[in-house]
Write a new protein. Structure first.
Length: 523
């Protein structure tokens, strides 16, 4: 008889050891083959996304490629899709819980039991043993449980998730605005780089040749050492300026390629390099109109309003937890025991549960909810102030950029005429190589300043559009081809560059405000 306890203890020890061993996990590093295989797969997926380049890329095609293939934009789009999927999942929480259960139980002997008569507050001798269950049994049930309080909470959570999905869409809008602004900046830098690098390299070669000639003349003592060294220093200053320019301009095209979702090593041409179009956009809107439009359309303000609704729903769900909880349940049950008269049956129940301490929590919860609403409103006001400030700053920057561009045009014109004079003097051999190189460098710098000033002008114009919250994406852009999207951008930005911008009028805002007040009074 003593064997059974020993066997049971041994079996228990073995099962415990097996469970502990199964739960222990040690870190497992990725093998080199796994890492390389994953790199090959990622590289192939990136290569598949490259749209073929069949012609020089202009600004509108750069925008289209940025929207279609930029990884940051895709990430935000996926986040919006995930948020929408979470909303679909949360809606199921409002449904009753429907559970199906089945089980099988076995024991090696019968669960026999006996009862004893109770005499003088003491149990008497045991009666006969009886059995009311089989050695093995099968049970099954299908039951539904519906918690009314959970339903209410799930309803508010689903509404909050719906607003979070809308917030994710506004953040996607914000990312689109940001990357298009970056694409505009990168495009004009890349155009300047392409045009000027072709002039910088020959000038560097000419400067180095003049430097070598000066060193040779100095060694031959055909010139005063001080004059030769001064000449060489001026040449070296010019070379340093040229090298700094080249270092700053060389990565511009790779940065643009990255924004467009291209491999930075991909070879492509830019349309504005050989035929630049220095068209100055018009912005004839007054500052009040720009402010109104921004306060209605900026994605940050839309996000703040959705966040206010989420806070209101949180307040409502918090008050809901103070009420009694009503639960309903019903089910179909089956038990295969031979000792039951009825092996299958149905049941239904109703229960109420209420934490009476919630009565004392009401006042504190009301105070907390008031603070939450006030904090959310203050946050919305802070965002509104920031938006208004950005509109004013963007308008000032555009005005300054316009003046700087006009000045850069005049400066380049003077630099070109000076260079023509120096070249004419060199033809008559009245000046040496250094003045020619210096003026070529000055002209090159003037051209660079003109390009930078124009890029700043375009970027300032883009900042105004972004600060007003104007959406550059046409309707149905997701189904457009690259050429169709580029054409849509072309027509849209042409209208905007001519000052044809859809704005929000004071009458529209007042009408919307009165309609809201009327709705609130009716409620």
């Amino acid at each position: 008889m003593a064997v059974r306890p020993v066997f049971a203890k041994t079996l228990l020890a073995v099962l415990t050891a097996a469970a502990v061993a199964g739960c222990s996990v040690s870190p497992s590093r990725l093998s080199d083959n796994d890492v390389m295989a994953n790199a090959v797969e990622n590289r192939a997926l990136l290569a598949e996304d490259f749209a073929p380049i069949t012609q020089p890329i202009d600004l509108n095609e750069a925008f289209a490629r940025t929207i279609k293939h930029n990884r940051d934009a895709r990430l935000k789009a996926f986040e919006a899709v995930v948020s929408q999927g979470q909303l679909a999942v949360d809606q199921f929480d409002m449904l009753p819980e429907l559970a199906a259960r089945a089980g099988y139980a076995y024991r090696n002997n019968y669960g026999a039991s006996a009862s004893a008569r109770f005499v003088d507050d003491e149990p008497a001798e045991l009666g006969d043993y009886s059995v009311s269950s089989d050695k093995s049994s099968f049970t099954g049930s299908v039951g539904a449980t519906w918690d009314v309080l959970d339903f209410g909470l799930s309803y508010f959570r689903a509404k909050q998730q719906a607003d979070r999905f809308l917030i994710s869409k506004e953040r996607e809008r914000k990312v689109v605005h940001t990357i298009m602004q970056q694409a505009r900046n990168a495009y004009y830098r890349a155009v300047s780089a392409e045009r000027l690098l072709a002039k910088i390299d020959p000038l560097i070669i000419k400067s180095r040749a003049a430097l070598a000639d000066s060193v040779r003349i100095e060694q031959m003592r055909a010139q005063s050492p001080m004059d030769a060294l001064t000449y060489q220093r001026a040449l070296l200053e010019s070379l340093r300026t040229l090298q700094d320019l080249r270092k700053d301009l060389t990565p511009a095209k790779a940065e643009l390629a990255t924004l467009m979702g291209l491999n930075p090593a991909e070879s492509f041409e830019l349309a504005d390099v050989n035929a630049p179009d220095f068209m100055v956009p018009e912005m004839n809107l007054d500052i009040d109109t720009m402010e109104r439009t921004a306060l209605v359309r900026r994605p940050e303000l839309m996000e703040a309003q959705y966040q206010e609704r989420i806070t209101k729903e949180e307040v409502s769900s918090t008050f809901l937890t103070l009420f009694p909880n009503l639960s309903l349940n019903a089910g179909l049950y089956y038990d295969g025991s031979d000792y039951l008269r009825n092996n299958d049956w149905t049941s239904a129940g109703l229960g109420v549960n209420w934490n009476l301490m919630n009565v004392f929590r009401y006042g504190k919860i009301e105070q907390l909810n008031t603070l939450k609403m006030a904090a959310t409103k203050q946050q919305a006001l802070a965002v509104s102030m920031a938006v208004v400030s950005q509109v004013h700053i963007a308008n000032i920057e555009y005005s300054e950029a316009h003046q700087s561009y006009d000045f850069a045009i005049d400066y380049l014109d003077v630099a070109n005429r000076i260079q023509e004079q120096i070249q004419s003097s060199q033809a008559t051999q009245s000046v040496g190589e250094l003045p020619v190189i210096r003026e070529e460098l000055n002209t090159l710098l003037a051209e660079l300043r003109r390009d930078v000033a124009y890029a700043d002008l375009q970027n300032s114009f883009g900042k105004i559009l972004v600060s007003m919250g104007l959406d550059p994406l046409p309707n149905g852009f997701g189904g457009m081809t690259l050429a169709e999207l580029a054409s849509a951008f072309d027509s849209m930005f042409e209208r905007w560059s001519q000052g044809q911008v859809e704005t929000v009028s004071e009458e529209q805002m007042q009408s919307a405000y009165l309609a809201k007040e009327t709705t609130e009074q009716e409620e």
